[in-house]
Write a protein that binds this ligand. Structure first.
Ligand SMILES: [Zn+2]
Length: 552
């Protein structure tokens, strides 16, 4: 009997030992979680093992603890876990620089803009005053302001105030002088406003860019500080990857040194779209894609037109509320062709901003000349706000990826019909129809134009309502996305649009352990409560980079 027991316990010991030996070592195991892996069938797992910053496996808690060994275990408290959110189109660097600008968002009149400037501080003589975020559509008069009041209050300070969409600025006289912009220049049509023979200070597109470039940049040290601040805000919102839509080589170089070794705390992943400047082309494009663990440079961002809010988006027919203009084409067909050719030769994506239906047609047709048929190059159109139904099929024909911003629909819905009229507005913000072309699309925010929250993007895509829950029934609700589609559009589809889906976008074995823990399940709760969702913790490459509540 004793002997029998001994053999039994010995067998038990051997068995346990064998299992331990067979168990793989993990750096940590996340358990008691509801993990949306966002794999092809949307598997939900209870636990996940992570090693060297990568997902080893996910599954039931039993399976994971049976297969893996780890001294470190994270209890997710039964909360939902999602892949780190990806913003497929934003302006991360611009957002960072904005921290030193006067915020003009939400001003309900130009008088309030002036008030905010006055309250923003005392300025030394000659010091630049820079603001961003005004939107005349939120004012009673709904017309562009002019520089008169700014000239009266700030005769010796250059003042530059960027409109919410970034396509239009208001500059005072001193700023115009410093930028060398005067009435004697020849301007592209529609890029300046002239009244009684003088400039009103309203500048758009290339002239606006020139004005913005005249504003002195902060020192490199200051830029670094602002970028850290921006990164923290992203982690707090659950973003682990940002796709910056248009950067110069100098900025890309700075981000590169911050994210690789030079500054190991700068953990955010950045898909950097290049501006099509000579410098960028020589330093990057002609040398092929430049890819590190946290920085991907393999795309060029081009503008085809302006924005709808400022009536610079290029339309086939005139604007309904200003029947003398069509908007502005900001690139010639031949220049776009040259960029497409260069990118195709060097393995780069082309991502073109197109908002009006004429701009979308132009880009679809030119892409088509190069792509010719279905392909996996993932050339993108950014925004796709108004697409003529007659052109829609070209997205599928040439596998062109729509990169949209769901919150634009709910921000613009109050005045979109004024611009477009009752018929054309039906084609606008048609995300479901765009999705149906290739079976997927990418979603983002275009921050700082919109709030950075990916949860708000999810909500706007599904509910088609603003934060206050308006309108009842949703804006053009037939173009709403399902929750699964909305989730994919800010995770795996955004990763695909960034050509980065082999490493990020889902929590599948071998991918980076970038994930977020939320306080409520956005896939289940009443959709109207989704904007209240809190990010509890954010992980990049298996490292906790943000935690809402610190352990006592
Ligand atoms: Zn943008």
């Amino acid at each position: 009997m004793k002997k029998y027991l001994l053999i039994l316990s010995l067998t038990g010991f051997l068995l346990v030992n064998c299992c331990n030996m067979r168990k793989q070592k993990a750096d940590f195991i996340l358990y008691n979680a509801k993990i949306y892996t966002v794999d092809s069938v949307l598997t939900v797992a209870e636990a996940m093992a992570v090693k060297n910053g990568k997902v080893l496996a996910s599954g039931s808690a039993r399976d994971i603890f049976e297969q893996f060994n780890s001294g470190t275990q994270y209890n997710a408290g039964g909360k939902p876990v999602f892949p780190g959110f990806i913003d497929a189109h934003c302006h991360f660097y611009g957002y960072a620089l904005n921290f030193r600008h006067v915020a003009l968002n939400g001003c309900t009149s130009f008088a309030q803009v002036i008030e905010r400037l006055k309250k923003s501080g005392e300025y030394k003589q000659g010091e630049w005053i820079v603001g961003r975020g005004w939107d005349q559509n939120q004012w009673k008069e709904k017309v562009f302001p002019d520089r008169k009041r700014l000239d009266e209050i700030y005769p010796d300070n250059p003042v530059v105030l960027t409109r919410i969409d970034g396509h239009v600025v208001l500059a005072n006289n001193r700023a115009l002088e410093l930028a060398g912009i005067d009435i004697h220049h020849s301007f592209n049509t529609g890029e300046v406003e002239i009244r009684h023979g003088s400039l009103t200070g309203i500048l758009s597109e290339t002239v606006a860019d020139h004005m913005k470039n005249t504003v002195p940049k902060p020192s490199l040290e200051e830029q670094g500080r602002l970028l850290h601040l921006a990164r923290e805000k992203c982690f707090e919102a659950g973003l682990t990857t940002v796709s910056d839509a248009g950067l110069g080589a100098e900025t890309v170089g700075m981000l590169d040194s911050m994210s690789s070794g030079g500054d190991s705390s700068f953990m955010i992943r950045i898909y950097a779209m290049l501006e099509p400047s000579r410098d960028n082309i020589d330093r990057y494009v002609r040398n092929g894609p430049y890819l590190t663990a946290r920085l991907h440079v393999n795309s060029v961002k081009v503008y085809a037109d302006g924005s709808m809010g400022s009536r610079t988006a290029l339309m086939k027919q005139v604007y309904s509320d200003m029947p003398c203009i069509h908007g502005i084409q900001v690139i010639t067909a031949d220049s776009l062709r040259k960029i497409c050719h260069l990118c195709l030769e060097n393995g780069y994506q082309v991502n073109t901003h197109a908002i009006g239906d004429s701009a979308n047609k132009l880009v679809l047709d030119i892409y088509g000349e190069f792509l010719k048929e279905q392909n996996d190059l993932r050339w993108r159109i950014e925004h796709c706000q108004v697409v003529d139904p007659a052109d829609l099929y070209k997205f599928r024909k040439f596998s062109i990826i729509p990169s949209v911003q769901a919150t634009h629909a709910t921000s613009d819905m109050a005045w979109a019909e004024d611009r477009l009229g009752p018929e054309r507005v039906k084609w606008a913000y048609a995300y479901k129809k765009l999705l149906q072309q290739n079976g997927w699309l990418a979603n983002g925010t275009d921050f700082p134009i919109e709030n950075i929250s990916p949860v708000n993007t999810f909500y706007a895509a599904v509910a088609r309502k603003d934060i206050k829950g308006n309108p009842e029934g949703g804006f053009q609700a037939d173009n709403a996305l399902s929750r699964e589609e909305a989730l994919r559009s800010i995770t795996i589809w955004a990763a695909m649009a960034d050509l980065w889906d082999n490493e990020i976008g889902s929590l599948e074995p071998g991918k980076n352990a970038d994930f977020v823990i939320l306080d409520q399940d956005i896939m289940q709760v009443d959709i109207i409560t989704v904007p209240k969702t809190l990010v509890l913790e954010t992980f990049v490459g298996g490292h906790s980079v943000y935690k809402r509540f610190q352990n006592p």
